[in-house]
Design a protein around this ligand. Sequence first.
Ligand SMILES: Cc1cc2nc3c(=O)[nH]c(=O)nc-3n(C[C@H](O)[C@H](O)[C@H](O)COP(=O)(O)OP(=O)(O)OC[C@H]3O[C@@H](n4cnc5c(N)ncnc54)[C@H](O)[C@@H]3O)c2cc1C
Length: 496
Amino acid sequence: MLPQDCDVVVVGAGNAAMCAALSAREQGARVIVLERAPEGEAGGNTRFTAGAIRFAYDGVDDLRALMPDLSEEEIARTDFGQYTAEQFFDDMARVTENRADPDLVELLVRHSKPTMMWLRGKGFRFTPIYGRQAFKVDDRFKFWGGLTVEAWGGGPGLVEAHRKAAARNDIRIFHQARASALLHDDDGIHGVEVRYRGKTCSVRSRAVVLASGGFESNPEWRTRYLGPGWDLAKVRGTRFNTGDGIRMALDAGAAPRGNWSGCHAVGWDRNAPEFGDLAVGDGFQKHSYPFGIMINANGERFVDEGADFRNYTYAKYGAVILRQPGQFAWQIFDRKVTHLLRDEYRIKQVTRVQADSLEALVGRLDDVNPAQALATIAAYNAAVRTDIPFNPNVKDGRRTEGLSQPKSNWANTLDSPPFEAYAVSCGITFTFGGLRITNDAQVVDTDGAVMPGLYAAGELVGGLFYFNYPGGTGLMSGAVFGRIAGTSAGRAARRA
Ligand SMILES: Cc1cc2nc3c(=O)[nH]c(=O)nc-3n(C[C@H](O)[C@H](O)[C@H](O)COP(=O)(O)OP(=O)(O)OC[C@H]3O[C@@H](n4cnc5c(N)ncnc54)[C@H](O)[C@@H]3O)c2cc1C
């Protein structure tokens, strides 16, 4: 049975929601969590992640504090560098083309390290992302791109850690509990209407935290807000993020905010299913394109694959792939770089062809003009500045010259068999548009007033991401704003 009332109702059971639940509980509030998914599919997009999480750190001592398991031997063979608050600010400003709300970014960046330590204090564990975010060059690993740490056990490990932390803190999670409307009047928000295991009922509360994700799994909203063609994208994660929380808040008078026509979307296996598959997790993504080239159905390159570290390009290149004829592309590599390909290239469910000559390879690329593909590769090979040394750990400046579509870094000729190609389409991760919040994560209405009793965190907050996104920021923003929302909601509930 669902309780009929409590202090704080949290809607959703992903990372943002569970951080909100924990922090509301710290304030002494009685907290329940409503999760639309059945238990086996719970945890939202959070569960599909690798758990990579971006936060500002000043050096290895900060990492030691977060990961006491880090051995002296690991430290000796690794250049962890630092990722300062200033670098995090710069990354947010650059990739969002200076659109990100400065107040939200300030909170995200300044609270990132303390929030990681807060999670650590609640029993969460983290580990360095060797392999994906650091390559071994001259016997030493070097981390790049501001992304150094992942949750222990990846996304599933993070969700499990949240489940355990909730149990330790007397927070009950109700599955198959789909919030459908906010109970509200002139005095504010007083709870939610819920469909729980097929029956509609109400839970009254002093505060509600909405953390039920974006609208990426709703093809009708995708087409309406992201534009024509987005109905054809594949969904990388949960099928349950259909925009309910956003709709409920808008219906109650909340203000929309942010990049409603924008989203995070990546290159994703062309034959992946309509929604994410928990058995595969993020394995359908194909993020090693900086080391190869991508060609479309016309046999042409269409993007600078080496414009930046993949952390700063992958989230916008899904949209570029969606715009190609047939909404697909092939990524092509040769033997010189296949050892650098991420582990997702070696999964069973991969759309891959291989050949010992380029002529044979282009003949195997489904739906591609082979003659043009061959001509494109020849022109690309001729344009590579082979005099500049290749180094995957830095932006090496090894580029093409004279092409209308340049490649700015990591340009290697395609001339060493065997050649490999991987077919990708567009996989949408989450949407950028959402609700307007204050610095206390209170939801604001269309007249600019706070809505008493209503808080929001995670994907459904607007104003943070525009056009693009620095990898690993989704979990961090969920944790930071979830924690803030829970604290505010818990305090408000105590006052009420
Ligand atoms: C394949 C993949 C890989 C990713 N990798 C990373 C990564 O490594 N690092 C990173 O930072 N980010 C990554 N992301 C993005 C990251 O998952 C999100 O930014 C983050 O998890 C969002 O957290 P959230 O709590 O806002 O939403 P979610 O985790 O999606 O949680 C939303 C929850 O709300 C529930 N819900 C929806 N509607 C209702 C309703 N009406 N009532 C009740 N519950 C409802 C859903 O079931 C879900 O549990 C990845 C995403 C995907 C899909």
